[in-house]
Design a binder for this molecule. Structure first.
Ligand SMILES: NC(=O)c1ccc[n+]([C@@H]2O[C@H](COP(=O)([O-])OP(=O)(O)OC[C@H]3O[C@@H](n4cnc5c(N)ncnc54)[C@H](OP(=O)(O)O)[C@@H]3O)[C@@H](O)[C@H]2O)c1
Length: 230
């Protein structure tokens, strides 16, 4: 069996950095994508200590850059694509910045589908054939009891629907899809009051990805393995 390969977006900090650390430590080859490799100090330190990590420049809001990377990697097999990069512009009623909303839709909702379109052949030729996208319980309509956060919530609700359709469309190619809630995690986005650290979140998320199969494709699952209502 060949070494498994995972491509991770937003790999320079937070949950993406921890995914990189854990998969590399487990013997996987990691294509660790980040917007600015030169300023990605923590990722560069990890990469210099592990021959399994390749640091790659990728702004997921730049779709021609996504196409160029897919071409550059055209002979690679990607076992797992992890759409992790995300933004969280604050937005309460009466204070909505519509440019922020458009940008958040590009990064949080459109880029995961664009990544799937660009890399579908790389994934289809791999052994595991999986796509995992970091969403959030805040995108669950069922779970919304506190309102506000229009931009972040809608961007995650939209990606949930995109991933559901993708799970149906890619099933004939043997590719399975999971939409993930990582918990409330102590990162720059989650803040210091988060309930869990990145190690706990990513250990759980990796288990969910390991358990993913064509039979279970198209679900919204938390880091602890529990299913979340859309
Ligand atoms: N933390 C939580 O409690 C929580 C809860 C639910 C869901 N999530 C989701 O989990 C994912 C990771 O969150 P996190 O907590 O690790 O956030 P974070 O610490 O804020 O990190 C966000 C990552 O996304 C990257 N990113 C943002 N825009 C990008 C772009 N255009 N192109 C490439 N990379 C970009 C950032 O890169 P730069 O350093 O270049 O900005 C950074 O690596 C996100 O999708 C988030 O919505 C997090």
């Amino acid at each position: 069996m060949n070494q498994y390969q995972v491509l991770i977006t937003g790999a320079n900090r937070g949950i993406g950095l921890e995914f990189t650390r854990q998969y590399a430590a487990d013997g996987w080859r990691v294509l660790a994508c980040c917007r600015d490799p030169e300023s990605a100090a923590a990722l560069q330190t990890l990469a210099s200590a592990s021959k399994n990590i390749q640091v790659i420049a990728l702004d997921v809001g730049n779709f021609s850059q996504i196409d160029s990377l897919a071409l550059q990697l055209k002979n690679e097999a990607i076992d797992v694509l992890i759409n992790n990069a995300g933004v969280y512009p604050h937005s309460n009623f009466g204070d909505t910045n519509y440019e922020d909303w458009a940008e958040a839709f590009k990064v949080n909702s459109m880029a995961p589908l664009k990544m799937a379109e660009a890399f579908v052949q790389h994934i289809a030729r791999s052994q595991l054939k999986k796509i995992a996208t970091l969403s959030s319980k805040m995108g669950s309509i069922d779970d919304n009891t506190s309102g506000e956060n229009y931009i972040y919530r809608t961007s995650k609700t939209a990606v949930n629907m995109a991933m559901k359709s993708l799970s149906i469309d890619l099933k004939p190619y043997g590719i399975s899809i999971v939409t993930l809630h990582p918990g409330w995690v102590q990162t720059d986005m989650g803040g210091a009051n988060g309930l869990i650290n990145t190690q706990t979140s990513v250990t759980g998320l990796r288990q969910v990805i390991a358990d993913l199969s064509l039979q279970s494709t198209g679900q919204f699952i938390a880091f602890d393995g529990k299913s979340i209502n859309w």
